[in-house]
Design a protein around this ligand. Structure first.
Ligand code: NFE
Length: 477
């Protein structure tokens, strides 16, 4: 007998996502992942001044504004034929990196952790740790159903560890505030950074600002090394079976990033059909077989074969998984391989648990990179190359960059100073795009084959989907 499990909407994510699955003999045998809304940013930009893209595309998303600002600026710099000075590039990378780490922390604690840890253990705490007592007090005052009720299923069993992780949940909020302040120091404001311009950064960088940024970065690094990474490792030990869950039938894709001081922290590359290859941009296409779009790009609400508002990018005709795991895989990072080997994972395989570990491990890499980068910023050197943005430019540009959720690119075409085409290819469209006539979507294939029992089915499906860190606001842009 086939039963249906539908989660609509899936909560603790950004945007509107519906998950539909068919279950037979306690196994997911079919899955549909659908973006439930149309936004139309690419259309809104048509006819506007190219520079508007740098401001408007930051509004694509409630959580990853900076990454769109950055990709857009790179595309605009190519369009206008300008380049930022090294100092400006370094400052932009500091903002980008701090954003990525803050976003990863937010994903693990605020979005994922309630799937693994029963926070209501705090209610039974009898000790005298004032931090736990403060949370216990707060939970009882607010009778907070979010922390006191959980989906049926199997959670971390150790009560003390659960309480420790719950405390980290609250610490993580404080770190997220810190990362926001750090980005605002260099970017003018957060959200939606003002100082980003084609040609560099307008911020007047002072020694005081750099010192404050350093303090924020140091606090964030401490949190990553002493809380975030150990906390994810703790889950990896307890939920070691999650190295077998959520394995997608797709290639892996990563773009070069953090490369403005010459060396790049992440390489670009593709892993497909068992081989690693160089990335070739002409192999990207957008598929709409199951998307609410016509061939001419027009959205259409009535389309029999369609079930999602996401257009799915393919590489060489194949679905690709993007994200921190893909980046570390393409890098063939030795430390990450060692980390996975410590859980008896002889090969690098993207799964629920390896994706959570990849995010935390990557956060540490990025923090250390930023600490080195910060030392190279010079307050006596220019941060911006002046450019005439009023010239009625005709041409095209593209920006290949990095986002917390994976490879991100923006493409622009303009005629006489007006945008004639704008395309965003965002990580969550790669991961959460629907099937095509030939291939399932990445997350769909990651769900299929999962063994579930009645009581844990929605919890497990949620863990698989959230391990990709969905942002459907971006995906439907
Ligand atoms: Ni809206 Fe985003 C990131 C981008 S999404 S969160 O990271 O681009 O896929």
């Amino acid at each position: 007998m086939t039963t249906r499990l539908t989660i609509d909407p899936l909560t603790r994510i950004e945007g509107h996502l519906k998950i539909g699955t068919s279950i037979e003999n306690q196994q997911i045998v079919d899955a549909q992942v659908s973006g439930q809304m149309f936004r139309g940013l690419e259309k809104i930009l048509l006819g506007r001044h190219p520079f508007d893209a740098a401001r408007m595309t930051q509004r694509t998303c409630g959580i990853c504004h900076e990454v769109h600002g950055m990709a857009s600026i790179l595309a605009l710099e190519q369009l206008y034929g300008i380049e930022a000075p090294v100092n400006g590039k370094r400052l932009r990378e500091l903002i980008l990196g701090l954003h990525l780490v803050g976003d990863h922390i937010f994903h693990f604690y605020q979005l994922c952790l309630p799937d693994y840890v029963d926070f209501s253990h705090i209610n039974t705490y009898r000790g005298d740790d004032h931090r736990v007592l403060a949370v216990k007090n707060w939970m009882s005052y607010n009778n907070n159903s979010f922390f006191n009720q959980q989906t049926a299923g199997h959670y971390l069993s150790n009560k003390d560890q659960s309480i420790e992780l719950a405390l980290s949940y609250f610490e993580a909020m404080e770190i997220r505030r810190e990362t926001g302040s750090g980005m605002a120091l260099l970017g003018g404001k957060v959200p939606f950074i003002h100082a980003l311009m084609p040609g560099g950064l307008t911020t007047n960088v002072t020694q005081g600002k750099l010192r404050s940024f350093y303090q924020t970065l140091q606090k964030t690094t401490d949190f990553v090394e002493n809380r975030y990474l150990p906390n994810v490792k703790l889950l990896a030990e307890y939920f070691s079976d999650h190295f077998r869950f959520g394995i997608a039938d797709a290639g892996l894709l990563s773009y070069r990033s953090f490369s403005d001081d010459g060396e790049s922290l992440f390489k670009s590359g593709v892993y497909l059909n068992g081989a690693r290859n160089n990335f070739c941009r002409s192999k990207i296409s957008e598929q709409i077989d199951r998307s609410f779009f016509l061939e001419n790009g027009q959205p259409v609400a009535q389309k029999d074969s369609a079930y999602s508002w996401i257009k799915v990018p393919h590489y060489d005709g194949q679905p690709m998984e993007v994200g921190p795991f893909a980046r570390l895989f393409i890098n063939q990072d030795a430390g990450f391989k060692q980390l996975l080997a410590s859980y008896q994972q002889a090969e690098l395989r993207s799964s629920v648990m390896s994706r959570l570990l990849a995010r935390a491990y990557e956060s540490q890499l990025i923090c250390r990179h930023l600490l080195r980068l910060l030392e190279q910023v010079r307050i006596d050197k220019p941060t911006i190359t002046p450019a005439d943005l009023d010239k009625p430019v005709t041409g095209s540009g593209s920006g290949f960059s990095i986002a917390a959720r994976g490879a991100l690119s923006h493409e622009i075409e303009a005629v006489d100073g007006k945008i004639t085409r704008y395309r965003l290819l965002v990580p969550s469209a790669w991961n959460f795009g629907p099937a095509t006539a030939k291939r399932r979507g990445v997350v769909e294939s990651a769900l299929i084959g999962t063994r579930v029992t009645g009581e844990n089915s929605s919890l497990l499906a949620g863990r698989i989907v959230r391990s990709f860190d969905p942002c459907i606001a971006c995906a439907v842009h």
